[in-house]
Ligand binder design. Structure first.
Ligand code: GLN
Length: 538
């Protein structure tokens, strides 16, 4: 295989057009044709990473195996491709500037004025080319965050311009994603915003090769021709991306529009074999035609914005499809749950999840949700903070340690059953300092989770500072609490379950980061199975 080919994906007109899904879909098609592909996201904001952002600002923070806190689009990349990403797959302006400034202090540019061009653009270039050089992918897709025309995006667009020239013809490609709005009053689809955003790219020296047009209605030949003529692209390079029910249909849609073939021709890559998409199609078919349904409650505090729990929601989608069940998901605000409302809010659910989170806002509502699930024998899945809430609830209501709590919430407790990890005690900085990334875990053979995983040695991704306080393990175990997953090195309790309950599992890690379409996470699959059984037993 010759040198790596580079594809740049830009967006125009508005944000949230689904650049991440188009990038993932194209990558999926190329992968299904036998090419090795990775996707990278360049984020124009100044934060070093999204780890310190409130989920309301930027949705979920996704964590890679190597412990990078990244943009949620990396979750889509992994879910579509089934291949792990790493820190190199997500670069922010903050990170770019940080390395340039560090070099300046070291004296690497001695005597020179440090400027956006060439120093910042060179650093962006280095980060893009690194993926191809280090891992020798056939194709690297680089998604540029933000919208063309934003001040923040300019250095990135300029880098694309330079790289296209340096890489030479047929070695790179620009795919520009825009919106074709439908005006109901006049009954027309409008192409002007697309023309303007392509002009904007042209002003910066970049001619897009392929246009992907997001639309609510089918684009007829005339509209396609008009866009092709005014934006200097050939007709097959005008791709329609019509709204669909599930993001997992988009690769199939792009296949129909021949986005992959057009891409391969333009990059002078052989169109090897037809894409192998059989398992993908079976998944989509199961997802769209469920034979049963279950009601799942997701209790958290960022529920107004579904992007905050993106990976959990997608993991449930994967697990639902495997079980041929539609997941009726209710996202519930824990601040609304109190002793008077808990029954009314949670009744009718076949499974309850308490979400990850930080800080004490809404914590008592979460603990009440755990109690409700435990007492009513409803399948319970506690993720990270959700496991910690399960521990606190058990301590308070089963062991009768009435004031039990996590020291994240209060130090005024005689029973700190969740406490700061030893390694966290001297940590003052907030950015990138949690226990992050993959750690091994040994699963107890006589446990419910062992049945789900089917193996003893697992590895899962983490993002936390607090842990189960092992001083209490003996008292917990005497009352039917099982520490069913232990870190072999640090002995931290990574998984807990309750013996006297059909399905009650808390995990200190984040299984949602590693569920993919073709490999749904076993714990989500098992949880949904339990929810189906619960519903059937009613
Ligand atoms: N706030 C808890 C901790 O830091 C849980 C974190 C989480 O849910 N990701 O340990």
């Amino acid at each position: 295989m010759a040198a790596t080919k580079y594809i740049f994906v830009t967006g125009g007109v508005t944000s949230s057009l689904g650049k991440g899904i188009i990038s993932s879909s194209l990558a999926k098609l190329l992968q299904a044709r036998g090419y090795s592909v990775t996707i990278q996201k360049l984020d124009p904001y100044i934060n070093i990473d999204p780890g310190t952002l409130n989920p309301y600002e930027h949705g979920e923070c996704y964590v890679t195996q190597d412990g990078a806190e990244t943009d949620l689009d990396l979750g889509h990349y992994e879910r579509f491709l089934g291949v792990p990403t790493s820190q190199a797959n997500n670069v922010t302006t903050g990170r770019i500037y940080q390395s340039v400034i560090n070099k300046e202090r070291r004296g690497d540019y001695l005597g020179k004025t440090v400027q956006i061009i060439p120093h910042i653009t060179d650093e962006i270039k280095r980060r893009i080319l690194l993926l191809g050089k280090k891992h020798k992918y056939d194709v690297v897709i680089t998604e540029i965050g933000g919208t063309v025309g934003d001040i923040e995006s300019l250095p990135y667009i300029e880098t694309v311009r330079q790289l296209r020239w340096e890489l030479g013809p047929k070695n790179s490609l620009v795919i520009h994603l825009t919106l074709v709005p439908y005006l109901a009053a006049s009954g027309e689809l409008k192409t002007k915003p697309t023309q303007h955003s392509v002009k904007n790219l042209l002003e910066n020296g970049v001619q897009p090769d392929i246009l992907v047009l997001r639309t609510e209605r089918t684009l007829n030949k005339d509209i396609r021709k008009k866009v092709a003529l005014f934006c200097n692209v050939d007709l097959p390079s005008v791709i329609e991306s019509i709204d669909v029910k599930t993001i997992y249909e988009v690769p199939l849609l792009m296949l129909k529009e021949k986005l992959d073939e057009t891409t391969l021709i333009k990059l002078d890559l052989p169109i090897l074999s037809p894409p192998e998409l059989k398992p993908w199609k079976i998944f989509v078919d199961k997802l769209k035609n469920p034979s049963k349904s279950v009601n799942i409650a997701l209790v958290g505090k960022y529920v107004e914005l579904h992007d905050s729990y993106k990976s959990i929601i997608e993991s449930l989608t994967h697990a639902g499809a495997v079980n041929s069940a539609r997941i009726n998901l209710k996202c519930l605000h824990s601040e609304n749950i109190n002793p008077e409302t808990v029954g009314e809010i949670l009744s009718g659910n076949d499974g309850i999840i308490v979400a990850p989170g930080f800080g004490d806002r809404g914590i008592e509502g979460k603990i009440l949700a755990v109690k409700y699930a435990r007492e009513n024998k409803i399948p319970y899945f506690g993720i990270c903070l959700g496991m910690q809430c399960a521990v606190i609830e058990f301590a308070r209501n089963v062991l009768d340690f009435k004031d039990a709590h996590s020291t994240e919430m209060t130090h005024m407790t005689a029973h700190p059953v969740i406490d700061l990890m030893e390694e966290q005690k001297g940590v003052a900085e907030k950015g990138g300092t949690m226990r992050l990334g993959s750690y091994p875990c040994h699963v107890n053979k006589n446990s419910l989770v062992f049945k789900a995983y089917g193996k003893k040695n697992i590895s899962e991704r983490h993002r936390h500072r607090y842990e189960f306080n092992s001083d209490y393990l003996k008292s917990f175990e005497s009352k039917g609490f099982l520490a069913s997953g232990i870190n072999p090195d640090s002995k931290l309790v990574e998984i807990m379950e309750l013996k006297d309950h059909p399905w009650f599992v808390g995990v200190q890690f984040h299984p949602e980061y590693s569920s993919s379409v073709l490999k749904p996470h076993p714990l989500f699959v098992s949880f949904v199975e339990a929810a189906i059984l619960k519903k059937e037993s009613n």
